[in-house]
Design a protein around this ligand. Structure first.
Ligand code: PLP
Length: 385
């Protein structure tokens, strides 16, 4: 036991100890922590849908009599856990992403892990951006394929590795997020498509933070750039902009059939409940125009904020990099005392020496609220010490 205790002490000393916060409730763009109301700048509810009670009540009124209004699926999908709404939700996603086939997973984590670990085997290789999400890293570690992690968004570095290594392996895949979760910067999808074609690789893009925020069909950066058909595998999670739960992998029928047969995180897990599938369908099928309106508001907000506070970000996620973990924590507490719910992000979630606040903008936030926030950050003179 002592080695666990020592490790926990070390985490505390490095300001990297994680604990679950006492959050009372979330109402619209606000969060209530220990009776204090703060502007919520740490949520992935980018379109402010999850706390919209009008939508929740409308959904309940319309759908509570449905046969599928059940709170448990009581089984994996391949056993008795399927019903027609699951298939319809997948068809909705195929339509939005202009893809042949789709497969629902319980979470984005399980989706990325399952896809990467099952598609690539011994003799194959994976080229993965260094800042890709932990779920992708977990997938590449679980797979028996060789992997190479290229410098973040550095396509010269990726090409150099491809040139050196690609032809030593059978199947190969390049994996990147579109909007990166901790920096809000965006991968150059055109360049990735060019490289995947030149070096005969599959291309997988995780649009977790872009789905709902970019693209005419809300289908992310590839949609915005008209590249949906050039990307072999797209993953999205439904727990962020869609204010629901689950994740979807989009690809062709061969890949999806392969995942149904080989992705352990899909096969061996009780599928999310039907009521949740109905809610996702309700939002996509009946409230799409509302979602699009929220997306437009959010796009206007973050474009304006980028002019106020230029960073690497081109999206709704704005990093305020303080570097030092202790100072980052102090700044977060200072801002919380002023009514802004921001959280420190420390290693190993981000590289050592890049501790930061991750400010995530949501559609209902007003520009002047963010203007005031950045004035407070400038006033935090203790940062200069
Ligand atoms: N992919 C990225 C880029 C993420 O940031 C996250 C979660 O934060 C996930 C995947 C995992 O999604 P989920 O929360 O649905 O497990």
């Amino acid at each position: 036991m002592q080695n666990y205790i020592d490790k926990l002490i070390e985490l505390k000393e490095n300001d990297s100890f994680r604990s679950i916060k006492n959050i009372e409730k979330r109402i619209s763009k606000y969060i209530f922590v220990l009776d204090r109301k703060m502007l919520n700048l740490s949520s992935n509810d980018y379109l402010n849908v999850s706390t919209n009670k009008d939508l929740v009540f409308e959904f309940l009124d319309k759908h509570k009599k449905d046969d599928e209004f059940l709170f448990s699926s009581a089984s994996a999908r391949l056993l008795t856990g399927n019903s027609k709404s699951y298939n319809i939700l997948e068809a909705d996603f195929c339509r939005l992403f202009n893809k042949e086939a789709a497969l629902l997973f319980n979470t984005g984590y399980q989706c990325n892990q399952g896809v990467v670990s099952s598609l690539l085997k011994k003799g194959d290789c994976i080229f993965s951006d260094k800042l890709n999400h932990a779920s992708i890293v977990s997938g590449l570690k679980l797979s028996q394929a060789e992997h190479f992690r290229y410098k973040h968004n550095d396509y010269d570095n990726l090409e150099k590795i491809l040139k050196d290594k690609r032809n030593q392996y059978q199947n190969a895949i390049i994996i990147s997020e579109s909007v990166f979760s901790m920096d809000g910067d965006i991968a150059d999808l055109k360049k990735l498509v060019e490289l995947k074609k030149k070096y005969n690789c599959l291309l997988m893009i995780d649009e977790a933070h872009a789905f709902g925020v970019f693209g005419e069909h809300l289908a992310g950066v590839a949609d915005e750039l008209n590249l949906l058909n050039d990307i072999d595998i797209i993953t999205v999670t439904l727990g962020k902009s869609l204010a629901s739960m689950g994740a979807v992998c989009l690809s062709n029928k061969t890949i999806i059939d392969f995942l149904i047969n080989k992705a352990a995180s899909f096969i061996f897990s009780t599928v999310i409940p039907p009521v949740n599938i109905l809610w996702s369908r309700f939002l996509l099928e009946e409230k799409f125009e509302y979602l699009k309106g929220q997306k437009e508001k959010l796009n206007i907000l973050f474009n304006k904020v980028h002019k106020l506070y230029p960073t690497v970000s081109s999206s709704q996620i704005i990093p305020v990099v303080v570097k030092d973990a202790h100072k980052t924590k102090e700044l977060a507490l200072y801002l919380q005392n002023k009514g802004y719910y921001v959280l420190p992000i420390n290693p190993p979630t981000v590289p050592v020496g890049t501790s930061r606040l991750r400010i995530s903008l949501t559609a209902d936030i007003e520009y002047n609220e963010i203007d005031n926030l950045f004035t407070e950050i400038k006033n935090a003179t203790f940062l200069a010490k």
